[in-house]
Design a protein around this ligand. Structure first.
Ligand code: SF4
Length: 198
């Protein structure tokens, strides 16, 4: 057209983003289908800001759980797995947006759950962190690893963030980390008691 306005139907090779999204074609940053509830970020970020308090609380909570080991043993770890997993999922889901990987590393990651990373990286951020500290895949979401570093700086054992984490064992998904850690601690304690007799 003489005034430079494209004629109707002239955008054939360059469809509008909404139309492209509807076809399932590449959609630009800012319209991620994985965008999460902002409320989750708010509570998640609170947990990171209060990582030292949560570290202190978790140490006591883990000790109390270990004290209850004889009870878990008497009932049977397999039997309590269901109810404990239910409570763990809801409590940690609210506080950390937990994805129930079953091998919790929150105490090594500044109380920022690495399973919220869209790439599920367990050992630090990718190279795509935005200048504002947000995720490259989910632009509205603060990068979980930037938060992990911030949270770890407040913690007594914040250096644990430097530990290399193993790849996620998918067979442990939807199981209780609390019970696993307790059973392992009880086993280690029993081994220590045996050692002097050997
Ligand atoms: S590391 Fe695993 S268990 Fe811990 S909060 Fe994240 S998803 Fe949940």
């Amino acid at each position: 057209m003489a005034d430079g306005t494209p004629a109707p139907g002239a955008m054939k090779g360059n469809a509008a983003p909404a139309k492209k999204a509807a076809t399932g074609a590449y959609t630009p940053a800012g319209v991620s289908p994985n965008r999460r509830n902002r409320r989750s970020y708010t509570i998640r970020l609170w947990a990171v800001r209060h990582s030292r308090l949560l570290e202190w609380f978790y140490a006591r909570f883990a000790s109390a759980f270990l004290l209850l080991h004889p009870l878990w043993n008497a009932i049977g770890y397999a039997r309590v797995e269901g109810p404990v997993t239910f409570v763990e999922r809801n409590v940690k889901g609210l506080l950390f947006d937990c994805r129930m990987c079953g091998q919790c590393v929150l105490s090594s990651t500044g109380m920022s759950c690495p399973m919220n990373c869209p790439k599920q990286l367990r050992n630090g951020p990718c190279g795509g962190v935005r200048a504002n500290g947000n995720c490259e895949v989910e632009p509205d979401m603060p990068c979980v690893w930037v938060q992990a570093w911030n949270g770890s700086q407040n913690m007594v054992h914040g250096d644990a963030i430097l530990k290399v984490q193993k790849p996620v064992n998918q067979s442990l998904r939807e199981t209780s980390s609390w019970l696993r850690v307790t059973a392992q601690a009880a086993e280690a304690r029993a081994e220590r008691v045996k050692e002097p007799q050997a």
